[in-house]
Design a protein around this ligand. Structure first.
Ligand code: ATP
Ligand code: MG
Length: 568
């Protein structure tokens, strides 16, 4: 492709709307343009890269024996109503009506549709196992669309669904997808960690997420370098930590703590450590209110708590007016003693003695509180967020934590959808049984953002050969110099003839502009034809390397072909 004919309106300025590197660079490198929050158009370079990501995903899914099909994105409500998810998705689902006032939505994920397809089309148990997939645009009205392609409202997902006769079959289908995912993310050049994930309160017998560690990731992951344990925060098992507490059966005492609302204020006021307090937080769980307690220096994991109480919707902090109603006090003074709502207590709190809690009275706290003696918890369970240095639940060594970008998710669904929608089969002896399902997602557009988040420097994007928009670029320093142009054209033609996806920068731009653009848009290999053209010497440089080397035209072309074919 000739740069002259390519729409690459690169930007020198960093767009104000972008917060993270990958988003800034995708705008600057003219990969994408924003249409509305979380909605983007793909310019030629972005689309080309995206197609390469898609192709890798497609090849590995096909190699794993999955079959590609394509569902509609505009979907009638009925399928989601039957599974209950028409309501469960809440405001995240884009809903609309047709001219006859019928309800439709834009598909956020397609479990229901695939299940229905198998119900309609599969005639015999002999056709199982079967894995179907599509690469398709999904729609989710995310609460916080941000970071460019990382969290879009319109994004491309590869979603696959496996259908098996029994759990043992599901285990095999799941493992095939696990292996295919490893190959996909390896080929995308992503440095990823596979973590155990929460399979939710609603069944499912196992789930793992593929995470790219990054400070801009929105998921917390805990991992152990010693034994290899890795889990996301929702799933990570917290081992209670022992601390010293005042001994003996001390008498519970009410103390005045004027204007002391937060743990930090309490620590300063009483001049002691935060682990001597337990905080009590009031949540709205569906249509009821609950209290949850963790040690003063810990945080509540709302997903663990949600699963524990079996809530359908995400938990919400109770509004201040409700907290006042429930505790008879201003926000900041809630405690477990005398509360009329259920109190869920973290495992670690159960080990505490003679600790401090809110008194349910404005400007007062209680000291020397003891569990069971002074209040009775509804349930004691692991409801806290794991922290750096916590004991690894597998080997006891210190855990590390990091932020991660979830690029893929594999999930043993079991019979959740086959039960809800009626996907049965008759076995050999004619007995009806339920099909066992798995689902497997990859955020195709998010993968591209993650690859750039991971591969960049101050000059721009650094993508692996496998997904870069072009594999090589040839730059004649001076497009007006006929000799340089002729040599550049001949290298370009030779690379193309060898099957290398090559770009030639034939624009009448200054050399500096061409170099900047080539770096910015992330072409892995560059051959520059300049002053030494007369001697048959060109400059050869890999985008990821600091320095360039001089070579004969022949060596440069041969090295380029070798490097590209070895690194695809
Ligand atoms: P998240 O927790 O990030 O919201 P999710 O768990 O809801 O994701 P899944 O339903 O498991 O996502 O979707 C499968 C994959 O689709 C995810 O692993 C992720 O890579 C991608 N994905 C999900 N939501 C988005 C989004 N809003 N924008 C881009 N990619 C997304
Ligand atoms: Mg997920």
């Amino acid at each position: 492709m000739r740069m002259k004919n390519l729409l690459v309106p690169t930007l020198r300025e960093v767009p104000a709307e972008a917060e993270i590197t990958s988003h800034k660079l995708m705008l600057r490198a003219a990969y994408i343009r924003k249409l509305a929050a979380g909605i983007y158009s793909y310019l030629p370079l972005g689309l080309k890269t995206l197609k390469k990501v898609e192709q890798i995903v497609r090849e590995e899914m096909n190699n794993a024996g999955a079959q590609e099909l394509l569902m509609a994105a505009l979907l009638p409500a009925e399928a989601y109503q039957a599974s209950g998810r028409w309501d469960v998705f809440g405001p995240s689902m884009f809903k609309l009506k047709d001219r006859n006032d019928r309800d439709f939505c834009l598909g956020p994920t397609h479990e229901e549709l695939f299940t229905q397809t198998v119900i309609d089309e599969v005639r015999s148990y002999k056709e199982y196992p079967m894995t179907l997939y599509q690469i398709q645009t999904k729609y989710r009205d995310e609460g916080r669309p941000r970071f460019g392609l990382m969290r879009g409202r319109e994004f491309i997902m590869k979603d696959a669904y496996s259908f098996d006769l029994d759990e043992a079959g599901l285990d095999i289908s799941y493992k095939k997808m696990y292996d295919a995912y490893c190959r996909i993310f390896d080929r995308l050049g992503l440095d990823y960690t596979i973590v155990d994930a929460d399979s939710g309160a609603m069944g499912g017998s196992g789930s793992q997420e593929f995470m790219v560690k990054s400070p801009v990731g929105e998921d917390g992951i805990a991992y152990c370098d010693d034994c290899g344990y890795a889990a996301n925060y929702e799933k990570a098992v917290c081992i209670p930590q022992d601390k010293q507490y005042p001994q003996g059966d001390l008498e519970m005492t009410k103390i005045e703590t004027p204007d002391v609302h937060t743990i930090e204020e309490l620590v300063a006021f009483l001049n002691c450590d935060a682990h001597l307090f337990a905080k009590t937080i009031i949540y709205k769980a569906d249509d009821k209110y609950i209290a949850a307690m963790v040690r003063g220096d810990r945080e509540i994991n709302e997903v663990k708590l949600k699963n524990l109480v079996g809530a359908i919707d995400d938990l919400e902090l109770a509004a201040p007016a409700i907290v006042r109603d429930i505790t008879n006090a201003q926000v900041g003074f809630a405690g477990p003693c005398g509360l009329s709502i259920p109190v869920y207590v973290d495992l670690e709190v159960a080990n505490m003695k003679n600790f401090v809690v809110g008194a349910n009275e404005t400007n007062y706290h209680l000291t020397n509180v003891n569990i069971h003696r002074d209040f009775e918890p509804t349930q004691i369970a692991d409801i806290r967020v794991i922290e750096d240095g916590d004991a690894c639940p597998k080997c006891g060594k210190p855990i590390k934590t990091a932020q991660g970008i979830e690029v893929g998710h594999i999930f043993k669904l079991g019979t959740k959808y086959s039960d809800a929608l009626g996907l049965d089969y008759l076995d050999e002896s004619g007995k009806p049984k339920t099909v066992v399902m798995g689902c497997y997602g990859i955020g195709v557009t998010r993968c591209l953002a993650a690859a750039i988040e991971q591969g960049n420097d101050e000059n721009g994007i650094i993508l692996p050969v496998s997904i870069a928009p072009f594999e090589a670029i040839v730059i004649p320093v001076n497009a007006k110099d006929d000799e340089q142009m002729a040599m550049a054209e001949s290298i370009y033609n030779e690379l193309k003839a060898s099957g290398i996806d090559t770009l030639i920068d034939d624009r009448a731009e200054r050399a500096g502009v061409k170099f900047k653009d080539a770096d910015l848009i992330g072409i892995p290999l560059r051959i520059v034809v300049g002053k030494k053209c007369g001697e048959g010497i060109v400059e050869y440089k890999l985008r990821k390397d600091e320095s360039a080397s001089e070579m004969t035209v022949k060596d440069a072309t041969e090295s380029a072909v070798r490097y590209i074919t070895e690194n695809r």
